[in-house]
Ligand binder design. Structure first.
Ligand code: ZN
Length: 167
């Protein structure tokens, strides 16, 4: 495994629609391992392949919270992820992004969504997520479509001591 450089705005790869993964080969496995290492080294709670300058539909999410809903810290890798069944109920939250350093923003998103896709070996993947976990998945899937949280934010500012999960 090797840490890869996380690109930041205005790098053009962040604005491209990423390509569907069709080969679950060694190259993909190497990319995923590198994404996990890069996410952990930068203390991220999520990372999308375009953030390491690979325009493919792969995301990593690592999140858990003892206070919020008793979710044990878990690593999720989803290839070709799709968001469906968004709840009508929405909630505002403060997001930050490893690719948008120095800014956070308030973003309203559905409280729960279903994520469908494939595992790193190409098996079907499906789960329902709520709360922060749902927010991270939506943020990462946005990256695959060239969308940044600043596009959706109702308010963006430079934090002084805001503690947010960077994704
Ligand atoms: Zn991000």
């Amino acid at each position: 495994m090797a840490k890869r450089k996380i690109i930041t705005i205005p790098h053009p790869t962040l604005r491209k629609k990423a390509a569907k993964v069709t080969a679950f080969d060694e190259e993909l496995q190497g990319l995923i391992d590198d994404m996990v290492e890069s996410m952990r080294e930068d203390n991220g709670a999520g990372l999308a392949a375009p953030q390491v300058n690979v325009s493919q539909r792969v995301i990593a999410v690592e999140f858990g919270s003892e206070e919020d809903e008793n979710i044990p810290r878990t690593l999720y890798i989803v290839v070709n992820p799709k968001i469906s069944a968004p709840s009508q109920e929405k909630v505002s939250g403060v997001e930050g992004c490893l690719s948008v350093p120095g800014l956070v923003g308030e973003v309203e998103r559905p409280v729960s969504v279903v994520i469908k896709g494939q595992t790193r070996t190409g098996e079907p993947f499906k789960m329902k997520a709520r709360g922060w976990l749902a927010r991270i998945f939506q943020h990462e899937v946005d990256h695959l479509n060239g969308i940044l949280f600043t596009d959706r934010a109702t308010r963006v500012w430079e934090p002084e001591d805001e503690i947010v999960d960077l994704v």
